[in-house]
Design a protein around this ligand. Structure first.
Ligand code: AMP
Length: 615
């Protein structure tokens, strides 16, 4: 590199055949990588290792999800830091989540080297952190505010510091940490190596590099490849008037396995999640208003795959490593192109493929234009699903559910009838009648009307199930998990529920600003009850406190009710299995005796508690 110019390296593809043999790593680190299941370095790890291990200052343009933690972690633990008991490396990160994630990854990489990593962040007690630092942990990973606090108190000794890593520096600056960064940098020994990682490199980042780094080498992905190459980008042009309805339609059709759904405003997150819950999706929200404990719990649930759709703001989602996410959805389009890159970087991580979907209203076209211009990301335009497409999707779902519901071996007599039926001149009408009896009627050609009528016609337990779900912060804290989730969609979907749930949503537009919508809905339900007359009176819904996650299947529930309670299938209403509970409609008159008979029963070796739902 010449003296005056910053050198630029393009991140190369990893040497596939060599795996980690291409890097001169110690046997201890190789062992750790094997245990972590890392077979070969990612591009950024290959490109960073050499210059970082040589002690060079580097600016690496790399977004979260590309393996950047190990990119600085490998040279750090293997070459740059010794096992001497003093703080030798400081990693500054924008959020406590990232501090914890980075510390965890570095601890795993250095597990056979006798090197320790401490995470220090705000919102946690000082004393345990002071005790940890006093032991002389070699690597300290922390958020700027808390690190500065420790520096001012003298509880973080940086006299032996040799390496500084600024991770997600653009995020730290956009979160307003510039002052803290400046104050920290002033207190660090000037003779040190500085590595800077950032998804976007703008003037602010360059200014830091100019002032605080020594002839940094720039390791970048070309700007048209900043977004992980494995992400497919799509934009739905929407009017912007009823985004949630449009979002529901998109979810109906694309059926994403898991998604982080971004909103620009924190006030939107709760409302969108409530709408999705009302539409039957397993969704929840995350924003800065939520206490840290709840945020961690929700992220944990998302990571474990127990929560399918997490609706969040940019700030709340910062630093989240949810590597399995299949989709990132922009409910509202981000105001800056850099934000788009950050958001969509949450999917397609660690070599997986991902999909980014954006709802773009006419007002947001300008931001889409800048995204194309600045990052050469050209989301393919898609149209909102038509009613025909949604109908096809529902038909497929209904079929899936029937297949799941009838997996057992049928009685020979029933098989004989089925055979006759298949060749009968009225086969179509009879089968349609059976499907309708089992899953709920569907007649109207208009989708929403059809869903609404399915709900009215076939939901004996509707008064409980369709009650609006408006999770307010207080309610969230108080309601038990099973109730909080409300009617949920999981995979495979259950079409009758789907039809009813979407109808529930269109009948009710939950809005935190309009609490009266709940009352309105309740009134609507009452008049529906009158229409339903005796049907609604004649049934009760029982809730069994075991669900899909406990391995419960429809077949087992019917068998249990038949064998233990003497209930024929004709006397059972719809059976709906949720993640943690199961609901079944039974004749009101028999409810009490069924509950008595279920006492002491078990399923899958777990006690089967049964109650009247909503009681
Ligand atoms: P990061 O960009 O550091 O947040 O990493 C994203 C995800 O990729 C994390 O879950 C890492 O554990 C994982 N990861 C990092 N490097 C590798 C590798 N070489 N092979 C497989 N997974 C990796």
């Amino acid at each position: 590199m010449n003296d005056t110019q910053q050198s630029v390296t393009e991140a190369a593809a990893p040497a596939e055949s060599l795996g980690f043999d291409a890097l001169p790593l110690s046997s201890q680190v190789r062992r750790a990588l094997d245990e972590m299941g890392y077979a070969e370095p990612t591009s950024v790890q290959s490109a960073t290792y050499g210059p970082a291990a040589q002690g060079r200052d580097i600016i690496v343009q790399s977004q979260t999800g590309t393996g950047k933690t190990a990119a600085f972690g490998l040279p750090l633990v293997d070459r740059l830091v010794s096992d001497a008991a003093q703080s030798q490396a400081l990693i500054l990160v924008p959020t406590r989540e990232l501090a914890l994630q980075n510390a965890d990854e570095l601890n795993r990489l250095s597990q056979h080297l006798g090197i320790g990593v401490s995470a220090i962040y705000g919102g946690a007690a000082m004393q345990p952190q002071i005790d940890q630092l006093r032991k002389g942990t070699q690597i300290v990973c922390g958020t700027p505010g808390r690190v500065l606090d420790h520096l001012r108190r003298g509880t973080l000794d940086v006299s032996g510091l040799r390496v500084l890593v600024l991770d997600e520096v653009d995020e730290m600056l956009s979160m307003g940490f510039a002052r803290e960064l400046g104050a920290i940098l002033e207190r660090l020994p000037p003779k040190r190596q500085t590595m800077c990682f950032s998804a976007t490199v703008d003037d602010d980042v360059r200014r830091i590099a100019q002032r605080h780094m020594h002839e940094p080498e720039f390791i970048g992905l070309s700007s048209d490849a900043v977004a992980a190459a494995k992400i497919a980008h799509y934009a739905f042009m929407v009017p912007g008037k009823d985004r949630t309805r449009d979002l529901v339609r998109i979810l109906e059709l694309d059926d994403p396995e898991s998604a982080l759904i971004f909103c620009n405003q924190r006030s939107e997150t709760e409302r969108v999640a409530a709408d999705l819950q009302a539409a039957g999706f397993n969704a929840d929200w995350l924003n800065g208003d939520l206490p840290q404990k709840d945020r961690e719990r929700l992220m944990g649930k998302t990571r474990e795959g127990k929560l399918r759709y997490l609706v969040a703001t940019d700030v709340a989602a910062r630093g989240i490593d949810i590597s399995h996410l299949t989709h990132v959805i922009n409910y509202t389009f981000p105001e800056s192109a850099a934000q788009y890159v950050h958001r969509t970087g949450r999917t397609g991580r660690a070599g997986r493929t991902g999909t980014a979907l954006s709802l773009v209203s006419p007002r947001e076209l300008g931001s889409l234009y800048y995204l194309r211009l600045q990052y050469k990301i050209f989301p393919a335009e898609r149209s909102l699903p038509t009613q025909t497409e949604l109908r096809t999707r529902q038909e497929v779902d209904r079929l899936d559910w029937l297949r799941e519901a009838f997996q057992g071996t049928p009685a020979p007599m029933d098989v004989a009838v089925a055979r006759r039926l298949l060749t009968h001149v009225d086969a179509e009408r009879i089968v349609a009648g059976l499907v309708s009896t089992f899953l709920g009627a569907s007649k109207s050609s208009d989708l929403d009307a059809e869903m609404a009528s399915a709900r009215r016609a076939r939901s004996p337990e509707r008064p409980h199930e369709d009650a609006p779900q408006h999770p307010t912060s207080d309610a969230r804290a108080e309601r038990p998990e099973a109730q909080r989730s409300g009617p949920q969609r999981s995979r495979p979907k259950q079409p009758a529920r789907q039809a009813r749930d979407v109808a529930g949503k269109s009948a009710q537009k939950p809005s935190p600003q309009k609490p009266s919508s709940t009352a309105k809905h309740a009134r609507a339900s009452q008049s529906d009850d009158k229409d339903q007359g005796e049907l609604a009176q004649a049934w009760a819904t029982l809730q069994l406190e075991l669900g899909r996650l406990d391995g419960v299947r429809v077949r087992e529930v019917t068998q249990l009710l038949r064998d233990r309670c003497g209930l024929t299938r004709a006397r059972m209403g719809r059976i709906r299995i949720r993640d943690r509970y199961t609901r079944v409609s039974v004749p009101q008159a028999q409810a009490e005796s069924i509950l008595r008979k279920l006492e002491g029963q078990s399923l899958h070796d777990k006690p089967l508690n049964a109650v009247v739902a909503g009681a």
